[in-house]
Design a protein around this ligand. Structure first.
Ligand code: 7TS
Length: 405
């Protein structure tokens, strides 16, 4: 089946709008993707006709809502190839998923002198939660360096691995550079020294197949809003035996078995980690996003986005004074760049005036910016609905921007 870009574009109503009187060219997909019509319809349906709380009522709407909510859990289980649906925990985003592991697993299993290994490529949400728990437990956070292309230095990683390392956490794809990291190999190396491995899949989940059994990762975190789904919903996958050994992250309704003032016992997985009323509508609508991705197919998506990336890389390199930051051999559809004599913020603002949305700044990766000795970059990130014509418009937009500056 050929890739039907026209049909896909029609499924995203926001692509029809204008910005500053120009057709929107949305190239900030690493920050958040646009929403497809089935997701918008599912949200609308829930709030129009099906709103009710779940897991606690015998009435029709509560039971129907519970079923739909749990269907999304099964859909994610299938999407990432987890062994059990109760290994899927709903959170409010990648950030909360990582904090859950740091606060629960970290508090239970880290001791003084233990090491948590992260890489220079991490988003702040895969750095700060580890620093917080490390400080509390007297553990150390150590950075695995990268090379000038933006690839993790695997020799340095190997040297840093020891029986003191209890947790390794890295992203699958870097949000700032687009580097695709060799996580399968890194996971196996971490397991050889007895460490557990968390994969931050925020940037990979909508761009390539993520199979937790094949990877053998211990934890995996991602966000619904980066895969065409609603904001405010995140996922944590964890291996059953680890989740069972971990204490609850938050206390409240739904996560309990029996509460007395003397002693409270906790619910089973996954409810142990889902205190309080969750984002019911968001979780239900996320299933529509997963169905949508599966209908196109991640293999077709990856192939299409690779073509966009290769074309954009070729074209953008011809711009005088422009330098791409992050030139790994294995890259996803992200291009970060700087232009001599132009501040990224000004580039972003001038592109915006032409209807082109890119992100500028440090992208919540300050240690990475420091590594390249730059304060910020401009970043174009592509998704399933972007086109070669939009890339041409970006290139023309950058030329125009350069004339202004
Ligand atoms: N990890 C990575 C690799 C990310 O790219 C992001 C968000 C997060 C974690 C945090 O996800 P959240 O949904 O909990 O906020 N990245 C970006 C970005 O690149 N621009 O804006 C948000």
């Amino acid at each position: 089946m050929s890739y039907d870009i026209e049909k896909i574009r029609k499924d995203f109503p926001e692509l029809d709008r204008t910005v500053h009187g120009k057709p929107l060219i949305y190239l900030d997909n690493a920050a958040s993707t646009l929403k497809c019509q089935p997701v918008i319809d599912a949200l609308n349906l829930h709030y129009s006709l099906e709103a009710a709380n779940i897991h606690r009522g015998v009435h029709y709407l509560s039971e129907a809502g519970t079923m739909k909510y749990e269907e999304t859990r099964k859909s994610i289980q299938n999407f990432i190839n987890a062994k059990n649906d109760f290994e899927i925990i709903f959170t409010k985003g990648t950030t909360e998923s990582i904090n859950l592991v740091a606060q629960s697993y970290g508090r239970e299993f880290l001791n003084e002198g233990d090491i948590i290994l992260l890489t220079t490529l991490e988003h702040h949400s895969n750095i700060v939660p580890w620093q917080m728990i490390a400080e509390e437990k007297g553990a150390k956070v150590i950075e695995v360096p990268i090379n000038d292309l933006g690839e993790i230095d695997l020799d340095a990683y190997e040297k840093l691995l020891s029986d003191k390392v209890k947790i390794v956490a890295t992203n699958h794809i870097s949000n700032s550079l687009g580097t695709i990291n060799p996580i399968k190999k890194m996971i196996s190396m971490a397991h050889d020294v007895g460490a557990v491995f968390l994969v931050d899949a925020a940037q990979s989940i909508a761009h390539e197949v993520v199979d937790v059994l094949d990877l053998d990762c211990d934890f995996l975190a991602f966000s619904s809003h980066k895969m065409f789904g609603p904001t405010g919903v995140g996922i944590l996958y964890g291996k059953e035996e680890l989740l069972n050994k971990m204490p609850p992250y938050q206390g409240g309704g739904d996560m309990i078995d029996v509460v007395t003032f003397e002693k409270t016992t906790y619910n089973d997985l996954p409810h142990k980690f889902e205190a309080g009323t969750p984002h019911i509508a968001g979780v239900i609508a996320l299933k529509a996003a997963i169905d949508y991705i599966q209908e196109i197919g991640l293999t077709a998506i990856k192939e299409y986005e690779e073509k966009l990336l290769n074309y954009a890389t070729e074209q953008i390199q011809t711009i005088e004074g422009l330098k791409i930051i992050g030139t790994s051999k294995h890259k996803a559809s992200v291009i970060s760049f700087v232009i001599e004599g132009a501040h990224p913020h000004d580039i972003g603002t001038l592109l915006d005036r032409q209807g082109i949305a890119v992100r500028t700044g440090h992208h919540c990766t300050q240690p990475l910016m420091k590594r390249f000795n730059i304060p910020a970059t401009a970043r174009a990130s592509f998704s399933i609905y972007n086109t070669v014509e939009e890339i041409d418009a970006l290139i023309a937009g950058i030329h125009k921007t350069k004339e202004f500056l």
